[in-house]
Design a protein around this ligand. Structure first.
Ligand code: MN
Length: 400
């Protein structure tokens, strides 16, 4: 019999005041289910979307298909968004995993939408087991970008799939055989944008058999690197029943539980998903992947037009605020992306700043003209404050 020792943690990070991430770590109806969701949307909407996803999955019966549950979460998010204007356009990523199979052939089933990831640490190597549904990941797959370029790309947070974007959602599912000493990690992009995979591996290897300390080490690394986004991490260690658990003092709220479902559930899994029988260890998918080839500029336009066609107002980007001059010359904060491919406007003005073009010193004009993308409205406002502090006074100094 295998046991799971697990620990999940989420943190708003060092820049944002709210936390749009949500997680589930063994508290669901299916105790072997673990979830990370990263919400998107203005005001509180991102938090609402990721919470709905986690709440729906929390209630999932162990016998039910994970993909079905994710589709239900998608519909629930859309329905709630329709009923409340402030939540319009909210969405979320999701990565969910649960442990199935037979005692002889245990497997983990991982389904995801968006750029929250699952990793497997086995025999000292850390492997990503999900492929991001993001603009830059598509461009890496099509050969238009290298992985290194993708990591530095200003649009790396633009995702091409999300829950809440459309009535139908394509879910990718992977069935992977597991063995004792495997460690599985789920995380939001607040970790992977901040901490290179080589460093993640070092930290995970530094705290073997202790999911709590490993999760905290990863979180600390993300915060030390800037913590510009919400960070969520779930670490699950697969252990043999007689393998000693981590020392009590290190384990906090974690609990052990039986990882491997009964033989009955393994049979059920393969009955429901006969296509998985030959696909164990390989990626299975429920929908078509947008394959994009050709030049970077063309690919960019294609993806953005696809995004615009399905979600006219919101873009599934987590870095999606920028500054520009409005028609009257006032500096304004915009939400979206500074593009209008084929006439689709991919942004909208959020608010003016009271700062006029004429007040900006020429050497600071780049701050606006470059359309730097900010991950929050607050970050854009911080730049506006700096610009105001450096602004040339248009009125003569008044005498004290
Ligand atoms: Mn994020």
């Amino acid at each position: 019999m295998l046991l799971l020792e697990h620990y999940g943690i989420t943190d708003p990070g060092k820049v944002r005041t709210n936390n749009e991430d949500a997680l589930l770590a063994g508290e669901g109806r299916d105790e072997t289910l673990f979830v990370v969701a990263d919400g998107i949307g203005g005001f509180e909407a991102g938090e609402v979307a990721s919470s709905i996803a986690v709440d729906v999955l929390k209630d999932v019966e162990p016998s039910r298909s994970l993909e079905d549950a994710i589709r239900e979460a998608n519909r629930r998010i859309l329905a709630v968004a329709k009923g409340d204007e402030r939540l319009s356009g909210m969405g979320t990523t999701v990565v969910a995993m649960r442990f199935r199979g037979t005692p002889e052939e245990p497997v983990v089933e991982i389904s995801h939408v968006g750029d929250s990831r699952a990793y497997l640490l086995r025999d000292g190597a850390l492997k990503p087991v999900t492929e991001d549904h993001s603009l830059v990941a598509e461009l890496v797959r099509s050969g238009d970008l290298t992985r290194a370029q993708a990591n530095e790309h200003p649009q790396k947070n633009l995702i091409t799939r999300a829950l809440g974007a459309d009535e139908e959602v394509d879910v990718d599912t992977l069935i992977l055989p597991i063995q004792p000493h495997d460690r599985l990690v789920l995380c939001s992009d607040g970790l992977t944008d901040m901490v290179p995979e080589s460093r993640m591996l070092d930290l995970l290897a530094s705290f073997p058999d202790n999911s709590q300390r490993a999760a905290h080490a990863l979180l600390s690394a993300a915060l030390d690197a800037g913590g510009t986004d919400n960070v969520t991490i779930v670490v699950v260690d697969v252990k043999e029943e007689d393998q000693p658990a981590a020392e009590e003092s290190h384990r906090g709220d974690t609990q052990e539980m039986k990882a491997v479902a009964s033989e009955e559930s393994g049979v059920r899994l393969y009955q429901e998903r006969p296509q998985s029988r030959n696909a164990r260890g390989k990626r299975t998918k429920s929908g078509s992947l947008h394959r994009i080839s050709g030049s970077f500029a063309r690919a960019l336009a294609v993806v953005l037009v696809l995004a615009a066609a399905t979600t006219p107002v919101y873009l599934w980007a987590t870095t999606r605020y920028f500054l520009d001059f409005a028609a009257d010359g006032e500096v304004a904060i915009y939400q979206g992306l500074p593009f209008a491919p084929l006439g689709y406007e991919l942004n909208q003005e959020v608010k003016g700043t009271g700062l006029n073009e004429s007040e900006i010193e020429p050497r600071y004009r780049d701050q606006i003209e470059n359309h730097n993308l900010y991950s929050s409205e607050e970050q854009a406002e911080a730049t506006v404050r700096d610009l105001k502090d450096s602004a040339e006074p248009t009125q003569p100094w008044s005498a004290p």
